[in-house]
Structure formats: C-alpha cells, structure tokens
Ligand binder design. Structure first.
Ligand code: IDP
Ligand code: MG
Length: 141
C-alpha cells in the first residue's frame, strides 16, 4: 500500500551534521520525500506534537530537547512507508537498535535518538497534517 509518513531529524542529529546522511539514507532506501522543511519548534508546538506522552515522566525533558535546536520535518512516501521508515530508524533506545539503523548509527541515548517516525496509519495522518497542508506535498509523477 502506498503510504505517507512523518519523519523528523531531531536536534541532536541536525547539530551533529547528520542531516545529509539521513536524507541520503531515505533516498537510497527508495522512500520519496514529498515535503520537507527546516524549522525550530516552539515549546507549544513540541508539546502539541508529543501530547500523547504528556503524562510520561520524560515529557518535560523531551520537550526541552525537541526545542533545543533546528529540526528537519519531512513527509516520506512509498509502499509501506510507515513500517519501512520504522525499520530504517531502529528501536527507540539505541542500545536496543539493530546494526545499521539510523538510531544505532546516530543516536546518543533513549531520548536523544536522532529521528522520529510515525508509528501507524492514524498517527501518520495526524502528524503529517500537524506540519504540512496537502498543498505542501508534491506529486512526483
Ligand atoms: P518512538 O520515537 O520510537 O516512537 P516513543 O515511545 O513514541 O518512541 O517516544 C517518543 C520519544 O520520547 C522517543 O523517540 C524519545 O525521544 C523519547 N523517549 C521515549 N522513551 C523515553 C524514556 O524512557 N526516557 C527518555 N526519553 C524517552
Ligand atoms: Mg512514537
């Protein structure tokens, strides 16, 4: 099934100069970028994006981290793009992430873990719409 998913290159990976490598990886894996923007999240924007985690003990630190520098937000498109992106990213905790995954390569710890990816069709739809209108998403064909 042709899907779209939201990807974020988090502040740690942007700061470390890994934006290009991460974007290259998506291109090599055949995920097409249909929208992309470099921005710095405000506190309300980060809190809204991670609202499902607001009761978790790590929420305040997560918001602090996500607003600590620029991020790249992207919409990736492809067959099973949601699941494929999650596989390319690897486990949330880099200590658990498989060899060669973006988090194994670039994450420092369970919080500063380089990338975000939508975890299912419903979240993908909501998260894409959080940053991009349909008019922002290009048609390659
Ligand atoms: P995911 O990004 O792999 O989908 P989630 O459980 O949805 O993982 O958590 C969202 C984000 O919150 C993670 O990517 C990470 O930055 C942060 N996070 C998750 N669990 C922890 C934790 O136990 N301590 C600190 N930060 C965490
Ligand atoms: Mg998640």
């Amino acid at each position: 099934m042709l899907e779209r998913t939201l990807s974020i290159i988090k502040p740690d990976a942007c700061r470390a100069g890994h934006m290009g490598e991460i974007i290259s990886r998506f291109e090599r894996e055949g995920l097409r970028i249909v929208a992309m923007r470099l921005l710095r999240l405000t506190r309300p924007q980060a809190e809204g994006f991670y609202a499902v985690h607001r009761e978790r003990p790590f929420f305040a630190d997560l918001v602090e981290f996500m607003t600590s520098g620029p991020v790249v937000v992207m919409v990736l498109e492809g067959e099973n793009a949601i699941e494929r992106n999650r596989r390319i990213m690897g486990a949330t905790d880099p200590a658990q992430a498989a060899e060669g995954t973006l988090r194994k390569l670039f994450a420092s710890n369970i919080q500063n873990n380089a990338v975000h990816g939508s975890d299912g069709p419903d979240t993908a739809r909501t998260e894409v719409a959080y940053f991009f209108s349909t008019l922002d998403q290009v048609d390659w064909d």
